[in-house]
Design a protein around this ligand. Structure first.
Ligand SMILES: NC(=O)c1ccc[n+]([C@@H]2O[C@H](COP(=O)([O-])OP(=O)(O)OC[C@H]3O[C@@H](n4cnc5c(N)ncnc54)[C@H](OP(=O)(O)O)[C@@H]3O)[C@@H](O)[C@H]2O)c1
Length: 279
């Protein structure tokens, strides 16, 4: 009998993760969806099963705790589910001066963006090897290419994801495991991000995309085994301009308007904007 295969998506109750889940379901892929407890995962599960007739297994875990990454893997094993696609989407975003963030927030951001991506890739590696051809999609950000004010920790975590993905891809090619990395620009995923996106300067606002259109590009790029996926014409143009213009001009453009950006982080459930504590 043919083994039933599953795509595991972290941070899938909302935003880009939810859009990825729906895109995969449209392509008849069975899903394991992982998000925080009480995040509406069961309602999303029911709606996907009803609309797309695929298997969906919801697992509620706070992945910022290392032991929960391990218990997630053990639960998947105990349920005899075979994963052939791992989508490391969960992540905490932020746009704020370094002094505005707390140590607790930065720790959680590094854990979710860096450690969870690394740990889950490691934990699921043997399972992916057993279910080839298989895929890992890591979610980085366009900000990993630009050294932007107010994006110091976030941008650095996404540079890690980018670099990790490229090296891992070179290593796992021989095992028939494809590793792709997607670097989206701004996406209108949640109220906080939408509000910050609107406060961006004109040029940056032109590149904002909806998570649904990015998800379609992401899964297409992943299945085509693209090394790097840059969604949207404007985001591709930004990267080209970055290569063509002198570095000091890029810095001037990228960091102009920095004081006008609203400070925010997506570290709390209600997506409250941070009050500018320091000024
Ligand atoms: N939005 C953008 O403009 C943008 C641009 C480039 C890259 N990205 C990247 O895209 C990814 C998704 O971003 P997004 O904007 O869609 O984020 P989002 O709207 O905040 O959604 C994040 C998802 O992760 C879940 N989650 C949060 N903390 C978790 C934890 N500790 N354990 C398990 N699940 C957790 C959330 O569950 P709850 O609903 O329970 O909170 C939610 O389902 C991130 O890696 C982000 O860095 C986003």
């Amino acid at each position: 009998m043919k083994t039933k295969l599953y795509t595991l998506i972290t941070g899938s109750s909302e935003g880009f993760g939810k859009a990825l889940a729906i895109e995969c379901a449209k392509r008849k892929m069975n899903l394991i969806l992982v998000s925080l407890p009480n995040s509406g995962l069961s309602q999303l599960t029911e709606s996907i099963i009803q609309n797309y007739k695929v298997d969906v297994v919801p697992i509620e875990k706070d992945l910022s705790m290392e032991e929960n990454c391990v218990s997630l893997f053990k639960e998947v094993e105990q349920m005899n589910l075979s994963v052939n696609m791992l989508i490391n989407n969960v992540g905490l975003g932020s746009t704020m001066f370094f002094k505005e963030g707390t140590i607790d927030f930065y720790q959680k951001q590094v854990k979710l963006n860096v450690m969870v991506t690394t740990l889950l890739s490691s934990l699921f590696l043997d399972m992916l090897k057993a279910n080839t051809p298989s895929h890992i999609l890591n979610v980085s950000s366009l900000s990993c290419f630009f050294y932007l004010a107010k994006k110091q920790v976030y941008g650095a975590t996404k540079s890690y994801v980018y670099s990790f993905s490229k090296s891992l891809r070179a290593e796992l090619k021989a095992d028939n495991i494809n590793v792709s990395v997607i670097c989206p620009g701004g996406m209108n995923t949640n109220p906080t991000t939408i509000s910050t996106n609107q406060s961006n300067h004109w040029l940056a606002r032109q590149s904002i995309m909806n998570p649904e259109e990015v998800a379609t590009i992401a899964i297409k790029g992943l299945l085509n085994q693209n090394e790097m996926i840059i969604p949207g014409f404007m985001n591709k143009l930004f990267l080209l301009i970055d290569k063509l213009l002198p570095a000091f001009v890029i810095k001037m453009i990228a960091n102009s308007h920095v004081n006008k950006f609203k400070s925010y982080n997506t570290g709390n459930r209600n997506h409250e904007l941070l009050l500018n504590r320091s000024h």
